[in-house]
Design a protein around this ligand. Structure first.
Ligand code: MLT
Length: 322
């Protein structure tokens, strides 16, 4: 009798035959590989809030910090490839780290690209006590205090670290790098005067510069930022060609279904088109890529081009995992 009832129920489609749930049917986690309150975390939270609307599911942020972001990326790549764990990263984590660390994952082959998010230049910033009023004076002061100046970073291989190494190589003066789990806490210490400087992402330092709590000397781009037109470019400030753009992006582990990637990508595209999101990003100096650059294919091509560009430079600079 029981069997007959079951057969009838099956025939009527009343019993699920291991039917797959439509994606997404539960919350999605974005693994941020740096400390809460820093620029990567802030971007993930701003976008995650808007992606939730498109995806109809909560977006959870998990901060897994350490080793220049490589621990967080390593955590994400080992997750089930089901679209529920997303790796947030940037030029540091998904390009630079591959030239520095013996990673257990392959940055190009173990991930599927989802979308480019937004980019910002670095900003050379110091605590207000530093007796320099422009970049040339700062460089003179660094030379006079060679090796003694504490420069905060988010760990070896992070954006702030490799930009700091690039900077010290250009000015031929060593800095004393102080690693943190992200530039959020490093910036707090800069404002408090515990460290002297950071080569920091504009989006991280912007509010403190505008509040007069720290001093900005230059942006690592060939154009001034619309939101901070008083800060000169490195070319204008005397360090010509010191260009670094930190672009952020999302990836998922290799093997994630196409449908999940397409839905995540569409949610990013919606978020980047939202006027409120665009304004929040513009306010801190983040630049949104044009629509045609927001595809997974464009991210794959960009990441590969950046690896080809930066790995030789980083290897020549001899940046080592400590
Ligand atoms: C952060 O979110 O803390 C930064 O992106 C770290 C960095 O790479 O400098």
């Amino acid at each position: 009798m029981k069997r007959a009832v079951l057969a009838a129920a099956l025939a009527l489609g009343l019993v699920g035959v291991a039917q797959a749930q439509p994606y997404p049917s539960r919350p999605i986690t974005i693994v941020v590989p740096f400390a809460a309150g820093g620029p990567t975390d802030a971007l993930a939270r701003t976008l995650g809030e808007r992606m939730r609307v498109s995806l109809g599911q909560a977006i959870l942020i998990e901060n897994v910090t350490g080793a220049g972001g490589s621990l967080g990326v390593g955590r994400a790549v080992q997750a089930a490839p089901d679209g529920y764990t997303v790796s947030m990263g940037h030029l540091g984590t998904h390009v630079v780290n591959g030239a520095i660390y013996p990673l257990k994952y392959d940055l190009l082959n173990d991930f599927e690209p989802v979308a480019l998010l937004a980019a910002n230049p670095m900003m050379v910033v110091s605590k207000n006590d530093v007796p320099a009023k422009n970049l040339r004076e700062l460089i003179d002061w660094l030379k006079a205090n060679s090796g003694k100046v504490a420069a905060g970073t988010a760990g070896v291989g992070s954006a702030s670290h490799f930009s700091g190494v690039y900077f010290q190589n250009l000015i031929k003066t060593p800095l004393n790098f102080v690693p943190y789990r992200g530039t959020g806490p490093a910036l707090q210490d800069l404002v408090a005067g515990q460290i002297d400087m950071i080569v920091d992402q504009a989006s991280n330092s912007m509010a403190q510069v505008q509040a007069g709590k720290i001093r900005a000397y230059a942006v690592t781009a060939n154009k001034r930022l619309a939101v901070a037109p008083d800060i000169p470019t490195v070319d204008e400030a005397g360090l010509s060609g010191f260009y670094i753009s930190i672009w952020n992006a999302l990836w998922v582990p290799k093997g994630t279904p196409r449908e999940a990637i397409a839905k995540l990508n569409a949610a990013v595209v919606d978020a980047l088109a939202d006027p409120a999101v665009r304004q929040r990003l513009a306010d801190v100096g983040l630049d949104i890529p044009p629509r045609e650059q927001q595809t997974p294919e464009a991210l794959a091509a960009h990441q590969k081009a950046e690896i080809d560009k930066w790995w030789p430079i980083i290897k020549a600079a001899n940046v080592k995992a400590e």
